[in-house]
Design a protein around this ligand. Structure first.
Ligand code: NOJ
Length: 568
């Protein structure tokens, strides 16, 4: 009897069935390949993408007219920066109507058409959802001002009565984050800029309203959300002072700064709880089909709390990559951190720049050969790659006069501070990475027929543009295209595991593998050819070149990358 029992227990088929039965449902679902595992996300900054009506700003019909370009590149998922109603003080990240479209961007019919046209091309749309704050002009905030303390509208935002500033909390953009409202006779909290009051997530009605917004867009056909400063969602309900810190400036890897820890303003337990509720709600409203990516800042160890082993957000940005430059040891460290904190089958993200950050190629002194190596990693590492519009062409960071800055961050810091920041290699003026997309060599680089586009095209737009690169099989555009198509078709790359991360002789290497085969990826960071010990005869070079010298030694040419494909 005893023997019989153990026989049953060790029967692998039965164990598998039992495991399936007892495994949490979310994990079972994760094991299956999900559409977003194999996807690449392309960020469109609509204001600067394509202007269809000549008013000098990009719009939704403009995006529709360029879907075929994106299809040619191999893109399937588009993340749209905000297109909602907004007074546009922070270019749409100050929403005054969550379920309406800004007239500058088009109208709801245009939006529906975008969804349909995207579907026809097997593409998906991901919206930017700003849950943390609204515009001060949002009807909720306007009603909150007039409401009595503790009233239903007042309670939608974070208020504190009294003459004195409620506590020491600083905003993410530095300085006091509390603002006294004369009419309301109370202080309101703003994590970002004063015209973006924070919603109060200790009030269940706020969460329900925002989940309702999510339902609205899912029902309209969107496939997920990018969640703006999700780290700031819920502050401490006891309004405790943030503890002191020695850090002057926050960084991508550590949000503490301005001489305080963000203990009570960012990454609170309540915010992490909302991440899990958000996931449960999104899964239920989309039948498990929709995807989310959170904008959060910190170490991998902190960020993984947001994804909560598959119970929280689907993924989060990991921004440390933006500062890895072309330093192989930094990349190795970051790759290890990202991989460890988001283990298979969770998905890390790989992001080089966005509408807030310096364009990545310009961090590499505009050296395309270096950019190609980094992009190769972005597409061959385990995780979801994000492309910021124009990155595929090598569009560069511009140097603009801060005096004419339209970005509210430049307006906050002023000309002198913005100029000073540039010395450190960073840019406070976000206009510099938001210049119009360079389509061709015509007027305004083909972006708009207007005589005064909202920003002038990039200085080098006459030379770096889509039309030229589409016609050149050796262009950066076609390099991206090749990587995208490889990643899409090879399961080792889009959903396989990863191991053997090494850095030797300035060659960074790792293995991506499935049950069927292994892909050995090599990146030579050195200027000259470098030897690799592996015997290439056992595999097939499916990307890049391996040179063999007179002595029969294998070498990878300087600043290039290679994939060696090996069957077991
Ligand atoms: C992050 C967005 O990426 C940025 O553009 C915006 O200004 C802030 N969040 C505030 O919403």
């Amino acid at each position: 009897m005893k023997n019989n029992c153990s026989k049953w227990l060790y029967n692998p088929l039965l164990t598998f069935i039992l495991a399936l039965f007892f495994l949490p449902e979310s994990l079972q679902a994760q094991e299956a390949k999900r559409w977003y595992d194999a996807t690449t996300v392309y960020q469109i900054y609509p204001l600067s993408f394509k202007d269809s009506d000549g008013d000098g700003t990009g719009d939704i019909p403009g995006i529709i007219s360029k879907l075929d370009y994106l299809k040619t590149l191999g893109i399937e998922t588009l993340w749209l920066s905000p297109v909602y109603s907004s007074p546009w003080q922070d270019h749409g990240y100050d929403i005054s109507g969550y379920t309406t479209i800004h007239p500058r961007m088009g109208n709801m019919d245009d939006f529906d058409r975008l969804i349909q046209e995207a579907r026809k091309r097997n593409m998906r749309i991901v919206m930017d959802l700003v849950m943390n704050h609204t515009s001060e002009q949002h009807p909720w905030f306007q009603a909150a001002i007039k409401d009595k303390p503790g009233g239903p509208f007042r309670n939608m935002y974070v208020w504190k009565e009294g003459k004195k500033r409620p506590n020491n909390w600083k905003s993410m953009t530095s300085g006091n984050g509390w603002h006294y409202h004369k009419e309301a006779k109370a202080w309101y909290w703003a994590s970002f800029l004063p015209f973006q009051p924070d919603l109060n997530y200790h009030n269940p009605a706020v969460k329900d309203s925002l989940f309702g917004v999510m339902d609205f867009w899912i029902q309209r056909g969107v496939s997920g959300f990018r969640l703006d400063i999700f780290n700031c969602l819920a502050e401490d309900s006891l309004f405790r002072n943030n503890p002191p810190s020695l850090r002057p400036i926050p960084s991508e890897g550590n949000p503490d700064g301005f001489f305080q820890k963000v203990t009570y303003t960012q990454n609170t337990e309540k915010t992490l709880e909302i991440a899990r509720e958000f996931r449960a709600h999104l899964d239920s409203v989309s039948q498990g089909e929709a995807f989310s990516v959170g904008e959060v800042f910190g170490s991998g160890e902190l960020l993984q709390k947001y994804t909560a082993q598959g119970q929280g957000l689907h993924s989060v940005f990991f921004f440390k990559t933006m500062h890895a430059g072309f330093k192989p040891h930094k990349w190795k460290k970051i790759i290890r951190e990202n991989d460890l904190n988001f283990p298979y089958p969770q998905q890390p993200t790989w992001v080089l720049s966005n509408h807030d950050k310096k364009r990545f190629i310009s961090r590499l002194k505009n050296k395309e050969s270096k950019m190609r190596c980094v992009v190769f990693m972005q597409f061959t590492l385990r995780g979801i790659p994000f492309i910021y519009q124009g990155e595929e062409l090598g569009m560069r960071q511009q140097k603009l006069n801060p005096k004419f800055g339209q970005d509210p961050i430049v307006k906050k810091f002023g000309v002198a501070a913005t100029r000073f920041a540039r010395i450190s290699g960073e840019s406070l003026n976000r206009d510099e990475c938001r210049t119009p997309f360079s389509w061709n060599s015509e007027k305004n680089a083909g972006f708009s027929t207007s005589d005064s586009p909202w920003l002038s095209p990039a200085k080098e737009a006459g030379n770096i543009h889509a039309e030229k690169q589409l016609n050149d099989p050796n262009s950066l555009f076609h390099f991206y295209r090749k990587l995208l198509s490889m990643r899409k078709s090879l399961s080792e790359l889009n959903s396989g595991k990863m191991d053997s991360l090494r850095l030797k002789n300035k060659i960074l290497s790792y293995r991506r593998y499935s049950d069927q085969s292994s892909m050995y990826c090599y990146i030579n960071f050195a200027r000259k050819s470098r030897r690799i010990k592996e015997k290439t005869a056992e595999g097939k070079v499916i990307f890049g070149n391996i040179e063999t010298d007179a002595k029969g030694r294998n070498k990878i040419p300087g600043r290039s990358s290679v994939i060696l494909w090996v069957r077991p």
